[in-house]
Ligand binder design. Structure first.
Ligand code: NAP
Length: 560
């Protein structure tokens, strides 16, 4: 595409699910591609997050690439929910099968990117001190890739081992005979806790907010199960493309409040027994939009906790309150609550017993010192924006992306941010991202981006940017959809609440994967409506007025 042999067509950042598919798709479309990956291997999120117990919480049939029927047929998943290690093996297989490693430079971080207006190129600076010019920049950096350490005084004084789940060491630590402390009880913490309980001398869990944990029902897969899944892959994927969550699960419309107590109990018990991430949300249509309906689920799960945990005081500390069920991502585990019945596991409720400081020997709380050999921080991420804002990105007029997003990230469709032409965000803020099946969302975005680049090439267009007014309207729409749900009632990482000082704005789009996919397709078919396309460096008017954008009735959203 590029006339200048020194200018590459696309720089892809990251070699996880998104980066690998971006390399393949863009290369297949005839573009020259160079990818950079900070780690020394394939895997992205799964490369960094292979802590004890790390596994995906969507079924393998859904959390995998759909672009290649051959790949689907040949890959043998071992479990319903594969481990991080198995997902890495899968991604390594994908990289080898489609010869993607040729395009990847490992152990190299993209440190900075500056848009040179006169040439319509990005000047990319990498950690090996080199620079490269590219027409398009595709950060496939993931929404959960910049770990957020806890702000606890004295951390640096700890003399034992200390690890963040999001930067797990390549050489697996040993746990036997050690006194281990885990800070954080989100999805990562829950997986670490149920895995290490019983495998170390003592496990102390430091819990700031109790979470809803529902059974996982993970199991090995038999050849018959795989055969059944293979036979239905085509329909499964087709359905996933139109549903709210990007998995083959229809959402009901009926209200929990219209059901009898017996009907509700039967549905909730069924969701508990045949659990999966969306089980409870699939029981009734208003679980995420009606406080009373939501509280029925919340209380059902609290009863399960009371039944499971023998010590009533410990059970009480584990009861989640203060946010509606589902508005922070529920965690999956079959054994999480029962580990608290073990003598070698203890729970510190940080609300009643706060941490004073970390000391060389362990953690000092208001009730005294807890001696530890290992500290595990399962304290989450600077989510959705962190990976991009950690790169020094300068757009038109030298404007820094960090400055533009100082009051909150803004994008048009989660695909581009105005003033930063030819930079495509994969599952960026403003797209369904983590509130839908990530692998489905990634494929949809990468396909859209590749098709867009093909269109630009075919029409001799040098530059595409989000129109500012379209971006404003889209972000308003994102917020408006949130306001129709209960998600606003939780201090979650979806809105940046977990990172002190981060602007709080709800970032994922809750309108549903299927609706969103249709919207993106419609925009493209209308000649990239709401984007500004230009030849040379002269900006044209938006491809079409953005007034019609929000009139799209198909976008009426609901909670995801
Ligand atoms: P997270 O959901 O943000 O949880 C972080 C935990 O650390 C919370 O319990 C938080 O408490 C606590 N915490 C943070 N700072 C703290 C501090 N200074 N002192 C004490 N506690 C502190 O992070 P995560 O568990 O890594 O999960 C993030 C997301 O990754 C998940 O929601 C999910 O989307 C994804 N994930 C998925 C899987 C899977 O597929 N199975 C596994 C892991 C992660 P507060 O709640 O009080 O802030």
């Amino acid at each position: 595409m590029s006339q200048d042999p020194k200018v590459i067509d696309a720089v892809v950042v990251g070699a996880g699910f998104a980066g690998l598919y971006a390399i393949k798709r863009l290369r297949d479309a005839g573009f020259s591609v160079q990818a950079f990956e900070a780690g020394d291997g394939i895997g992205g999120t799964w490369y960094w997050n292979h802590y004890p117990g790390a596994r995906v919480d969507l079924e393998c049939w859904d959390y995998s690439y759909s672009f290649s029927p051959e790949l689907q047929d040949e890959w043998e998943w071992s479990h319903r929910y594969p481990t991080a290690q198995e997902l890495m093996a899968y991604l390594e297989h994908v990289a080898d099968r489609f010869r993607l490693r040729e395009q990847i430079q490992f152990n190299t971080r993209v440190d900075a990117a500056e848009f040179i207006e006169a040439e319509n190129v990005w000047l990319v600076r990498t950690s090996d001190g080199k620079t490269l010019k590219t027409r398009f920049l595709v950060p496939a950096t993931g929404g959960l890739s910049v770990p957020k350490p806890p702000e606890i005084p004295g951390i640096e004084t700890f003399k034992g081992e200390a690890y963040h789940t999001g930067r797990w060491p390549r050489k697996e630590p040993t746990y036997e005979g050690k006194r281990i402390g885990v800070i954080g009880t989100g999805s990562s913490g829950v997986q670490v806790i149920h895995t290490l309980a019983g495998k170390c001398k003592h496990l102390t869990v430091f819990q700031r907010t109790a979470v809803f944990v529902v059974p996982c029902k993970n199991h090995p897969l038999t050849p018959e199960m795989r055969q059944r899944a293979r036979a239905t892959y085509a329909e499964r994927r087709a359905l996933s493309r139109i549903t709210r969550f990007g998995i083959p699960a229809a959402m009901p419309n009926d209200s929990a409040l219209d059901a009898t107590p017996e009907e509700r109990k039967a549905k909730f018990e069924n969701a508990w027994i045949n659990s999966q991430l969306l089980g409870f949300r699939q029981c009734f249509g208003d679980i995420l939009s009606n406080t009373e309906a939501n509280e029925l689920v919340a209380e059902f799960i609290r009863d399960k906790i009371r039944e499971t945990v023998k010590d009533p005081e410990t059970a009480k500390k584990l009861l989640p309150y203060g946010f509606p069920f589902g508005t922070k991502r529920p965690c999956l585990s079959d054994t999480y609550y029962s580990v608290y019945n073990r003598d070698d596991v203890s729970l510190v409720d940080l609300k009643s017993t706060p941490i004073v400081r970390v000391v060389p020997e362990g953690i000092e709380t208001t009730e005294g010192l807890i001696e530890l050999d290992m500290l595990i921080f399962a304290t989450g991420y600077d989510a959705l924006t962190g990976a991009l804002t950690h790169i020094d990105v300068h757009g038109i007029g030298g404007r820094k992306l960090n400055d533009k997003w100082a009051e909150g990230a803004k994008t048009y469709l989660g695909l581009m941010t105005a003033g930063f032409p030819n930079l495509f965000t994969v599952t960026g803020p403003g797209s369904p991202g983590p509130l839908a099946n990530m692998s489905m969302s990634i494929e949809q975005h990468v396909d859209w981006i590749a098709d867009c680049m093909v269109y630009l090439r075919a029409h001799g267009i040098d530059r595409i940017d989000a129109d500012k007014a379209s971006e404003e309207a889209w972000m308003q729409h994102v917020q408006e959809v949130v306001s129709r749900t209960l998600y606003d009632k939780a201090q979650s990482w979806y809105r940046g609440a977990n990172v002190p000082g981060k602007p709080q704005i709800f970032l994922p789009y809750l309108g549903g994967h299927g609706n969103y996919r249709k919207k993106c397709n419609d925009v493209a078919e209308a000649g990239y409506e709401g984007f500004v396309l230009a030849r040379g460096k002269t900006a044209a008017a938006p491809a079409r007025g953005e007034a019609s954008l929000m009139a799209d009735a198909g976008l009426a959203g609901g909670g995801v």
